[in-house]
Design a protein around this ligand. Structure first.
Ligand code: BDP
Length: 327
């Protein structure tokens, strides 16, 4: 009896002295990732691929749970929660993140990239890598980028073939100062609003139109209530995956690196999913009655953006020059 008690006491002392990591092994680290889009949308599929790589490479030690369909809230509120560590990570458009990290605006200037290939050269090259690495002072860990096509105007009132036809239209924009400036520079009236509210705002006439890429125009059913789509391709706004510095900061450097690498390695998968879904979206919205205006020469559209470029800070203007110089 006495021996048994001594043994138990010895075991308890050993357990108390054991490093916490030994116990942690049994219990996986679970990280929550917030996503706006539905489960079958290409960014969500990219999130799942990222989660799969992290789980595989950590031998199941780190698990990412994807909360799609805005279950954890709309983008701006989610970004705030990531900043103070209540949500571990999120995949969002860089537009709303730029309200927290202004230099991100450089990456969403109108008619900035020559094409998709140019944007990816920038994002995967030194400029993109440097930007991801520079988010820490703002409370974020930059993990990776995803494709989001080009953004275009659509509305319920009339076909748009020239910029002056946008005059006076009330256009929903993301919660982003730059996007408000862009829409104003075209003579339209910007109305910032959360993504989830746009369908009913279009339906009830609170706004006349919005702007987005083909997949969002389709997956939200906005084409049902705003059938005039104008392929002006005014911006290419990359998606970004950001982690919380507070919550990811608790992980070892090796685990943080594993997560960063997995996010980068999910990019090509997401881009392929994007290309497929974009084509499906184009076909579906056309079949659903959307009327498309194709804009050939965009010189006139571009010229109207000059004042917006001139208004930017020196830091952003320098970034823009560097981006344009990438061949
Ligand atoms: C979509 C982005 C999503 C944004 C949305 C918007 O993927 O992250 O929230 O646009 O316009 O293209 O708010």
């Amino acid at each position: 009896m006495k021996k048994a008690r001594i043994l138990i006491a010895v075991l308890l002392v050993i357990a108390a002295l054991m490093p916490a990591q030994l116990f942690a092994q049994a219990k996986p680290i679970v990280l929550r990732l917030a996503e706006t889009h539905p489960q079958d949308y290409p960014t969500t599929k990219g999130d799942y691929e990222f989660a799969r790589l992290v789980k595989e490479r950590s031998g199941g030690r780190i698990q990412i749970e994807v909360y799609y369909g805005s279950q954890l809230g709309q983008e701006k509120a989610v970004i705030e929660q990531v900043q103070f560590g209540a949500i571990d990570m999120t995949r969002v458009s860089i537009s709303p993140v730029a309200s927290f990290v202004p230099k991100l605006n450089a990456f969403q200037m109108p008619y900035l990239y020559r094409d998709e290939a140019h944007m990816w050269k920038v994002l995967k090259g030194d400029i993109g890598k440097g930007l991801l690495a520079s988010l820490e002072p703002f409370g974020f860990i930059g993990l990776g980028w995803f494709e989001a096509g080009s953004r275009n105007f659509y509305n319920s009132k009339r076909p748009i073939t020239k910029p002056e036809e946008l005059k006076g239209l009330k256009i929903r924009v993301q919660e982003s100062e730059l996007m408000m400036g862009l829409v104003s520079a075209f003579g339209a009236v910007p109305t910032p609003m959360a993504y989830g509210e746009v369908y009913s705002a279009l339906q009830t006439g609170v706004v006349d139109g919005a702007e987005n890429n083909w997949p969002s125009y389709f997956s939200t059913s906005h084409y049902e209530v705003a059938k005039y789509f104008c392929l002006d391709e005014h911006t290419r706004v990359p998606e970004i995956i950001i982690g919380s510095k507070i919550s990811l900061g608790r992980l070892s450097k090796a685990d943080q690196d594993l997560i960063k690498q997995a996010a980068l390695d999910a990019i090509d998968y997401q881009r392929a999913e994007w290309a497929k879904y974009e084509q499906i979206s184009i076909d579906k919205v056309k079949a659903g009655g959307a009327q498309i205006s194709y804009i050939g020469d965009k010189t006139e559209w571009q010229k109207l953006m000059d004042p917006l470029y001139k208004k930017q800070s020196k830091e952003i203007q320098d970034f823009v020059k560097q981006i344009q110089a990438v061949k």
